[in-house]
Design a protein around this ligand. Structure first.
Ligand code: ADP
Length: 323
């Protein structure tokens, strides 16, 4: 009698995610006092949290530009240690990374100063073809935010939208996070026009109700939620701080997902960025929108209980993938 053995291998396919934006140098301290150096930026924070939670199942590629200076070289070295793949990073001779300073006053209020008008990241698309576009066929998901749009010149935005459209047409997941920073836009009307284009091209939108309210000049957060619910994005998440998160996929109903109870909020920096990473991680690996939002809420709740955008790895080890 002939025995046939069936050997079943479970091969978990690595999904490739590309994120585009700017990571700036951070100086933390007072004028002419000692200053602590660090780095961060919205899509960059999401990339790092995605890499931490993704394990071997996700490959996280960050697209931005840096200069050829020593600070740029050191940033790149650190980003590799953060688990990011860096072959989409362009080095532009003569340009520098953006910079911001955070100063905390006697009342605990944070004051930000920025030097980013000429930063290298703004020139990402100032080339006939970028590595991001050259490898367009590879991406399972592409993530950009309102800040990615704000820092690019109009021609760069066109290239970003064209890439997003091509990815969407071939069925990739195109994710837009509506981070709105009014001071990065010369005119709110231009911001509105670009955000509406982003909502059109996205297959998934992560919407902070406060930002939607500010961008469209709406009277209340409730109005902002109603307006966001009218957008025709196939999959949407609406975040409202500690209030339950709203999610909807396809023609399904809106569902509410409770946030986690946080006894003491220490610093809300990167709350939305980490939520995005948690949500996307779970969605790309097959969870339902409700399950994914619950995980996003867990991760964000952890992040806001620690100072800074990127919390220590040890503080979230239980939320990180082991594969
Ligand atoms: P953003 O950082 O984009 O402005 P939100 O303030 O809406 O966004 O917060 C993003 C996520 O962080 C929320 O969806 C929630 O998961 C979590 N979060 C924010 N504030 C709180 C809070 N006070 N308690 C629990 N979770 C919170």
């Amino acid at each position: 009698m002939k025995h046939r053995f069936k050997i079943k291998f479970t091969v978990q396919k690595t999904k490739k995610v590309a994120l585009i934006g700017e990571c700036m140098l951070e100086l933390h301290g007072t004028a002419f006092g000692a200053m602590q150096q660090s780095y961060g930026g919205d899509t960059f924070n999401t990339a790092v949290y995605l890499s931490r939670c993704g394990g071997d199942a996700l490959s996280v590629c960050y697209a931005t530009a840096l200069g050829d200076d020593p600070l740029s070289a050191e940033l790149l070295r650190r980003w590799a240690l953060d688990g990011l793949e860096l072959d989409l990073v362009r080095r532009i001779p003569g340009r520098l990374p953006g910079l911001y300073q955070i100063e905390v006053d006697a009342h605990g209020e944070r004051r930000f100063s920025f030097w980013r008008d000429q930063s290298a990241a703004r020139a990402y698309f100032d080339a006939e073809q970028t590595p991001l576009e050259q490898r367009a066929a590879q991406w399972d998901a592409f993530y950009f935010s309102g800040i990615s749009l704000a820092i690019l010149p109009a021609a760069g935005r066109e290239r970003l939208f064209a890439l997003a459209q091509a990815l969407r047409e071939r069925g990739a997941c195109v994710v837009f996070d509506n981070n709105y920073r009014p001071r990065l836009w010369s005119d709110p009307a231009v911001a509105r026009e670009n955000f509406l284009r982003a909502f059109q091209v996205a297959s998934m939108a992560l919407v902070t109700a406060d930002d939607h309210q500010a961008l469209f000049g709406l009277a209340s957060v409730e109005d902002a939620v109603l307006a966001a619910q009218q957008l025709a994005v196939p999959e949407m998440v609406i975040k409202r701080g500690a209030a339950p998160t709203l999610v909807r996929a396809g023609r399904g109903p809106w569902e509410q997902v409770a946030t986690e109870a946080v006894p003491r909020v220490v610093d809300t920096t990167a709350a939305g960025d980490s939520f995005a990473a948690g949500y996307l991680r779970r969605r790309l690996l097959g969870a339902t929108p409700v399950e994914a939002a619950a995980f996003g809420n867990r991760l964000a709740a952890r992040v806001i209980q620690h100072p800074g955008a990127l919390i220590p790895v040890a503080a979230m080890a239980d939320l990180m993938a082991t594969t």
